[in-house]
Design a protein around this ligand. Structure first.
Ligand SMILES: [Zn+2]
Ligand SMILES: [Zn+2]
Length: 108
């Protein structure tokens, strides 16, 4: 394994021997090109990519709350109109049914 690493060259410096392998992109790098990040040796590109990802995760953190709020607003609006619509639809039917029943009762 170590002999395999020694035979590798740095991805950025073709003339330099690789000192570490980036676990994220699986490329070999010299000691200068790797950065210790969260107790792992990563190449500069992956550290930058990881930092960008973490930043995005932080930005997205407030996102579900906004979506939940919007959905709750839509649900409340829907519930409001549903109850009003249901109330309007259900109101005439009992009187109509009673009228029909009364008509039938009157005929008999
Ligand atoms: Zn990398
Ligand atoms: Zn290098």
């Amino acid at each position: 394994m170590s002999t395999d690493l020694a035979r590798q060259r740095c991805y950025n410096h073709a003339h330099r021997e690789a000192a570490a392998r980036c676990p994220a992109c699986r490329r070999y790098y010299c000691r200068e090109c790797v950065i210790e990040h969260e107790s792992r040796l990563l190449c500069a590109a992956c550290v930058a990519a990881g930092a960008a990802r973490e930043e995005r995760r932080e930005k997205r953190h407030g996102w579900p709350g906004a979506v939940a709020g919007a959905m709750l607003g839509v649900f409340l609006a829907w519930a409001f109109f549903f109850i009003i619509g249901w109330g309007l639809l259900s109101l005439p039917s009992p009187t109509h049914a009673t009228e029909v029943w009364n008509e039938r009762a009157a005929h008999d």
